[in-house]
Design a protein around this ligand. Structure first.
Ligand code: 5GP
Length: 348
């Protein structure tokens, strides 16, 4: 097994509906096609197309959501996504997803997340830790550590959830998501994400919900700087989120501010290249941030949509930026500092 596959890894930026297997999406599309709900041949091409711009990606998500937004399917994809990350030796996964209401399926934001949790609990190929076990004794912790660190033994994956606010949502809907996250804290929800098409929505719409989340002690990560929008980037950095995702379209002033504030960045190399947010991997801002010793975490974003894996992202960073196995291991290890779960999970 290659070292970047067997190495235990931390994934902090993965969208549930972006991480679905192509085979599952095609199967779901075929089923809906047979029921006459969609035209399979139209959807097949959209699912299998590899090169897509950022705006095309959001059109693809609309198609994916038609295929997946019922309780049974949400449970299925959640189970498969956890199995896939565990098979790639991800030992701690913060999976993010947007709670969705779908009246025609009797789905509320809460029942959507319950379906996700059911899928995570139904994983049986690996041991899953979904919420903090207060009474885990020291020997159990040591055992868990051995399990997760050798890359070959019986596997264990820690999974925590971030609830995403979609930039298409209203201030009220954003607040509803934050309140749901607070209600479900004991069940494995550890934070809030702001995502969705960066060309849609205004930062100020989401600010009250995000401020409320922070007041209640929920950590926040923001998709920031996927398009050039210096005012929004500055407002987001001034908010002092616990992490940001992407940070692609930063000017000199915004870069300086980011480095001064030392806000950890979730880096998604393949996603940024595929969506043409960054021209090519060799000019990616990973290099500058890494050289500046800025906190960063390698992530997949949408392993299904961009046909990648966390191992592939580690291999890409290693080969592009000339980093050896030891440096890559240190990068993976450092990511522990930036997880939203509690200190005991970090120690484990
Ligand atoms: P879901 O939240 O439905 O599980 O995952 C898909 C959603 O995540 C998309 O509809 C979109 O809101 C968000 N998302 C996935 N990838 C990206 C990305 O690269 N950039 C942004 N801004 N949002 C994304």
């Amino acid at each position: 097994m290659e070292w970047y596959v067997s190495m235990p890894k931390i994934e902090l930026h993965a969208h549930l509906n972006g991480s679905i297997r192509d085979s599952t999406l095609l199967e779901l599309a075929r089923d809906l096609g047979e029921k006459g709900a969609i035209v399979f041949s139209d959807v097949e091409g959209v699912i299998l197309k590899n090169d897509r711009s950022l705006s095309e990606v959001f059109k693809l998500f609309d198609v994916i959501h038609i295929l997946t937004t019922d309780h049974k399917t949400v449970t299925r994809i959640s189970k498969e996504v956890i199995e896939d990350f565990a098979a790639d030796n991800v030992v701690y996964l913060e999976l993010r997803t947007t709670p969705k209401r779908n009246d025609s399926k009797g789905m509320s934001k809460r029942s959507y997340i319950e379906a996700v949790l059911e899928g995570i609990r139904s994983v049986n190929l690996v041991e899953v830790d979904l919420s903090h076990k207060l009474n885990m004794d020291t020997s159990a912790c040591a055992h868990a550590m051995n399990d997760v660190c050798d890359g070959t033994g019986s596997k264990k994956i820690y999974v925590r959830l971030l609830l995403s606010i979609d930039r298409r949502e209203t201030a009220e809907a954003a607040m509803e998501t934050v309140k749901l996250a607070l209600e479900m804290r004991d069940l494995g929800v550890v934070g809030i994400d702001l995502s969705g098409n960066p060309a849609v929505g205004e930062w100020l719409t989401f600010l009250p919900a995000l401020e409320f989340a922070r007041k209640q002690g929920l950590p926040i990560t923001l998709h920031c700087g996927e398009v050039p929008n210096p005012d929004e980037i500055r407002a987001m950095l001034d908010f002092l989120p616990r992490r940001i995702g992407h940070a692609c379209c930063f000017g000199d002033d915004e870069s300086k501010l980011l480095k001064k504030l030392k806000i950890p960045v979730e880096i998604c190399l393949t996603s940024n290249i595929r969506t043409e947010t960054i021209a090519s991997v060799d000019v990616h801002h990973f290099a500058d941030l890494y050289e500046s010793n800025h906190p960063l975490i390698l992530c997949t974003d949408d392993a299904g949509v961009f046909s990648t894996s966390l191992s592939a992202e580690y291999m890409l960073a290693s080969s592009t930026f000339g980093l050896g196995k030891t440096e890559m291991f240190q990068l993976a290890e450092k990511a522990i500092e930036f997880i939203f779960a509690c200190d005991e999970v970090k120690r484990n």
